[in-house]
Design a protein around this ligand. Structure first.
Ligand code: PLP
Length: 425
C-alpha cells in the first residue's frame, strides 16, 4: 500500500492492524540486536588457524627475529600483502598495530599538533577554528575523533556517487580553516555507496583549492568486503592526486579487522613519502614498533592478493544471506509505500535506511520496546544530530539468520506504525 496516496479510512484501518501486530511482537519477549557492525563468530572462525600458524618459526623472510624490538613501519612481507591487495605502491605503506582507527586518530593528532607538512604546518598554529568536512550519514567514530580533538565538523550530504562535491568545493573555497575530509570511499559506512570516478577525482583535487595543509582521510575500511561480484570498482585516488599535484593531501587507511580478527588484525596507512616520514617521526616517540609476529601470522594465512581475495569470498558467503534477508523484508514490507528509502549495498557491513523526516528516533524507540536494539538514531551524524531525524543504520552481520528475520519483521512494523500514526495526527 502506498501510504502517501491512501485515504484516511485506509490509514486508520492500517493503524489498527499494525498496532495489533506491534503488540504481538512486544509480548513475545524477544531480545535482538542489529547495532553491531562486527563480524559474526562464524566469520572470525575463518581465521582461527592464525593461532599457532607460526609453529615456532619466528624469523622473517629477511632473517629478522620477529620476537624482538624494531620495525616501526612494519615488515616487508606485510607491506607487500597490503600493497598487492589494495593496488598501492609498496613504498607508500606503513604497517600499524591492530587498528586503522588508531592510525587515523594519530594522523589527525599529529597534523593538528605538529603538522605533517614540515615547519609551521600544524593546523593549530593557524588562527581560527580547525574544521573537517564530514559526509553524512557517516561513521560515528570519525566524528568522535574530531570531537575529541576539538575539530569542528561540517556535514555535507551524500548521494549514491559519494559526497555532494559542489557543496564540498564551495565550502572549502570560502573557509581556509577547513583542513580535512573524512571519506569511506568503497561501500561507505553506512550507505554502502561507492564513490564515482568523478567524485574520487574531485576529492583528490581539493588540496588545489584548500592548500598544502589539507588532508583527505581516505578510510578504505571496506574496500575488499564485497557482497556482489558485480560490485562497482573504486578509482585510484593516488593516480588522480598525482595528476593534480596533490599527492601529499591523501592519507589512505585500512585493516584486516573484518578480514581476520576484529581487535587482533593488522592495520596500515598509505601516504606520500613526506607524509610517511613526518608520521614516523612522531610515531617513534610512542612506539618502538608494532607486533611483527602478528604480521607474519597474517602473511602465512593470507599469503598474497589471491589468498586475500579467496578469504573474502568465504566472508561473503556468510554475510550475503544476512543482507538478503534485510533486503527481502524491506522490499516486501516497504517497497512502493512512499514512506521509506534505502540503498542496496554491494559490499560493506551496513544498510542505511531513511524514514519519513522526524521519525527515526521514534522508530528506534519503538523497536527497542519490542525487543530489537538498533543503532541510536543520529549516531551517523556529527554531534549525534541528524537534522532530519530520518536515518537508521541496520547492521546485520552479527546476529543469526533467524534473528535477522525476526528483527526485520519487527522493524518494518515499527516503521509503518510510526509513519501511519504521524500521518493521522
Ligand atoms: N573505519 C570504518 C569506516 C569502520 O566502519 C570501522 C569499524 O567499524 C573502522 C574504520 C575500524 O577499523 P579498525 O578496526 O581497523 O580500527
Amino acid at each position: 500500500m502506498n501510504f502517501q496516496s491512501a485515504s484516511r479510512a485506509q490509514l486508520e484501518a492500517a493503524e489498527a492492524e499494525l498496532a495489533q501486530q506491534y503488540q504481538a511482537h512486544q509480548s513475545s519477549g524477544l531480545s535482538l540486536d542489529l547495532t553491531r557492525g562486527k563480524p559474526s563468530t562464524e566469520q572470525v572462525e575463518l581465521s582461527s588457524s592464525l593461532d599457532g600458524i607460526l609453529a615456532g618459526n619466528y624469523i622473517s623472510e629477511e632473517g629478522v627475529d620477529l620476537r624482538n624490538y624494531g620495525g616501526l613501519d612494519g615488515i616487508p612481507g606485510m607491506k607487500r600483502l597490503f600493497a598487492e591487495t589494495f593496488s598501492i605502491d609498496v613504498s607508500r605503506i606503513l604497517i600499524g598495530g591492530n587498528s586503522s582507527l588508531t592510525l587515523m586518530y594519530q594522523s589527525a593528532l599529529f597534523a593538528l599538533q605538529f603538522g605533517l607538512g614540515g615547519e609551521g604546518s600544524a593546523w593549530n598554529q593557524e588562527s581560527g577554528e580547525v574544521k573537517f568536512i564530514c559526509p553524512v550519514p557517516g561513521y560515528d567514530r570519525h566524528f568522535s575523533v574530531c570531537e575529541h580533538l576539538g575539530i569542528k565538523m561540517i556535514p555535507v550530504a551524500m548521494d549514491e556517487n559519494g559526497p555532494l562535491m559542489d557543496e564540498v568545493e564551495s565550502l572549502i573555497k570560502a573557509d581556509p580553516m577547513i583542513k580535512g575530509i573524512w571519506c569511506v570511499p568503497r561501500f561507505s559506512n553506512p550507505t554502502g555507496c561507492v564513490y564515482s570516478d568523478e567524485v574520487v577525482d574531485r576529492i583528490a583535487a581539493l588540496a588545489g583549492i584548500a592548500g598544502n595543509n589539507f588532508r583527505v582521510f581516505w578510510d578504505n575500511a571496506y574496500a575488499v568486503h564485497i557482497l556482489d561480484d558485480e560490485a562497482k570498482e573504486l578509482a585510484d585516488v593516488f593516480v588522480s592526486a598525482k595528476k593534480h599535484g596533490t599527492e601529499d593531501s591523501v592519507l589512505i587507511f585500512g585493516s584486516t579487522s573484518k578480514v581476520t580478527f576484529a581487535g587482533a588484525g593488522v592495520a596500515f596507512m598509505a601516504a606520500s613519502s613526506s607524509n610517511l616520514a613526518a608520521f614516523k617521526r612522531h610515531l617513534g616517540f610512542s612506539s618502538i614498533g608494532p607486533d611483527k609476529l602478528n604480521q607474519q601470522r597474517h602473511i602465512n594465512l593470507l599469503k598474497d592478493a589471491t589468498g586475500f581475495k579467496a578469504h573474502m569470498t568465504q566472508h561473503a558467503a556468510i554475510l550475503k544471506p544476512r543482507f538478503d534477508i534485510v533486503e527481502k523484508y524491506l522490499i516486501e514490507g516497504l517497497a512502493g509505500s512512499g514512506i521509506a528509502s534505502w540503498l542496496k549495498p554491494q559490499g560493506g557491513y551496513f544498510v542505511s535506511f531513511d524514514s519519513e523526516p522526524g521519525l527515526a528516533k521514534q522508530i528506534v524507540a519503538m523497536a527497542a520496546d519490542a525487543g530489537v536494539k538498533l543503532t541510536p538514531a543520529g549516531a551517523t551524524f556529527p554531534y549525534g544530530h541528524d537534522p532530519k531525524d530520518a536515518n537508521i543504520r541496520l547492521a546485520p552481520s552479527y546476529p543469526s539468520l533467524e534473528e535477522i528475520e525476526q528483527a526485520m519483521a519487527i522493524f518494518v512494523v515499527c516503521v509503518k506504525l510510526a509513519t501511519v500514526r504521524k500521518m493521522l495526527n
